[in-house]
Write a protein that binds this ligand. Sequence first.
Ligand SMILES: *Cc1c(COP(=O)(O)O)cnc(C)c1O
Length: 363
Amino acid sequence: MINVTKSTLPPYNEYIEEIKSIWETHWLTNMGDKYYKLQEELKLYMDVPNISLFANGHLALEIALEALDLEGEVITTPFTFVSTTHAIVRNGLTPVFCDINSVDYTIDVNLIESLITEKTSAIMPVHVYGNICDVEEIERIANKYNLKVIYDAAHAFGTKYKGVASGNFGDISMFSFHATKVFNTIEGGGLTFKNNGYADLLKVLQNFGITSQEDANYIAGNAKMNEFQAAMGICNLRRINDEIFKRKLIVERYRNNLDGIKGIKLPIIQEDVASNYSYFPVIFNNYSLSRDEVKVLLEENDIFSRKYFYPLTSELTCYHNKINKGYTPVAQYIADRVLTLPLYADLSLSDVDRICEIIKYRK
Ligand SMILES: *Cc1c(COP(=O)(O)O)cnc(C)c1O
């Protein structure tokens, strides 16, 4: 059986070695040695001035919006994981859906200005599949209208644009370290930011709003990364470059097998971007099989792909009659045709060949 993804684990003994000291300190959570060690190592690896670590990416995203103290409307896209839209709505904000561009599936920057109203307080674009948004144009618009920018960079760990690491754009960027992502801490997430002033606030907001032993200044929840998560991150980070390199070889193999086939559109290679090869999204349009038929065919061979992202978040049951879906025909078109193929570091190249044979020759 081949799953769409497979979580990376360090060698068993390496993790055991890393957590041994926890039995000496009995410090399990609330920012212990492991937390600070991982934080320092990630700062270096991600080449960012600041990072705060969280229990998971979603809570990090919610807290990013809370920390920026936003009101009113947030411009975002519906071609994303549910988390992006939920984070906005759960903060009492209104999502305003902007369409995506058909080239790299990130927010269509040419449409953003037409969606700005007096109520707009922020833009929350998504670096979908690790493709970097048009960060320069987004920055120009944000400066012109005095808007905050929060990137959902859940897919973008380890990527760079024009040599600048992806955690350096916007006011805050959220990275997910979920088990299925390129880099994992089992569950986990991080917020990167330039403004040093956010560090203390984020620490308070991830710990019940507690500001001193006897007081809380904010009505906040609990979103702390624990020591076992941090230890997993420390171990996984040791092999991250190798992981990404293996993914690169797999992606190149997919390209060699599927390039130039009528009705199959492969993901573009973005200029000026150092990719992390996190996903391999393929568009089936006027191919001899529909996207759904390809998915079933693969399943008959015990191979599991994913309609990622389908449906659009604006179409989810929880939002029926609750939010304005906007006008996002490109996002709808892509969501109806996209299939992400299996991709993880130890997927063998012969398995990639087999997956492509099935897609090409139905065998
Ligand atoms: C994974 C993901 C999240 C949420 O991250 P978790 O760590 O799973 O909470 C948010 N947005 C996108 C685009 C994601 O892929």
